[in-house]
Design a protein. Structure first.
Length: 202
């Protein structure tokens, strides 16, 4: 089982980093008409991915899957802006979810997704920008449901080293969201075995 989980995490890293590298930089700006059209296209079903949504999250599901990826958007960026990224990951065989909100109330957090999709055996959760610290704080008492956590242009304000979680950090070389000083100050919270991927020119 541990070998399978390691392989799953390795594949997740390849797919996640690959998709992010080709994904336009997400910044808290007013969307243009072309960006709105792009979001709309990726919020529709495709040949290999079914897209559904409710008041709490978007779901992107391939025909078969055993791994789920949950993303909490940066608080200054609308959830739909991540549709392309999550749709591409789903096209690679992962069930992906974009949370529309995140609060301590169960119906607003990822617990409701895990309970509904109980056929999924591997779960990964992550946050972008200012949402990374929220995810880290949430995992402090809820880590047992997850195999790993990823931070996109973000950091953890608390130590995650004793949770048994695989940790991935991805940010751009010219990142406009991540405060590099804050990132470096909190880097010890990832421990010694985290994986860091820097997107050159991104």
């Amino acid at each position: 089982m541990k070998i399978i989980k390691k392989i799953t995490f390795f594949l997740l890293i390849i797919c996640l980093v690959g998709c992010v590298e080709f994904f336009p930089t997400i910044t808290p700006t007013t969307p243009t008409n072309s960006e709105t059209i792009l979001e709309t296209n990726y919020l529709r079903d495709s040949e290999n991915v079914t897209v559904t949504h409710n008041d709490y999250y978007y779901a992107f599901k391939p025909e078969s899957y055993d791994t789920g990826i949950i993303l909490l958007p940066d608080e200054n960026i609308k959830p739909e802006s991540y549709a392309m990224l999550m749709h591409q990951l789903a096209d690679k065989g992962f069930a992906t979810f974009i949370l529309k909100n995140f609060q301590t109330n169960e119906k607003y957090n990822s617990d409701v997704i895990i309970k509904k999709y109980d056929n999924i055996s591997n779960w990964y959760i992550g946050g972008h920008g200012e949402s990374g610290p929220l995810i880290a704080t949430y995992l402090e008492d809820n880590y047992w449901d997850y195999d790993g956590v990823f931070f996109l242009s973000s950091y953890s304000p608390i130590k995650l080293t004793k949770k048994g979680l695989k940790i991935l950090s991805v940010y751009g070389e010219n990142d406009l969201i991540l405060n590099k000083n804050t990132y470096r100050e909190n880097l010890p919270n990832f421990g010694n075995e985290y994986l860091e991927r820097i997107i050159r020119g991104g």
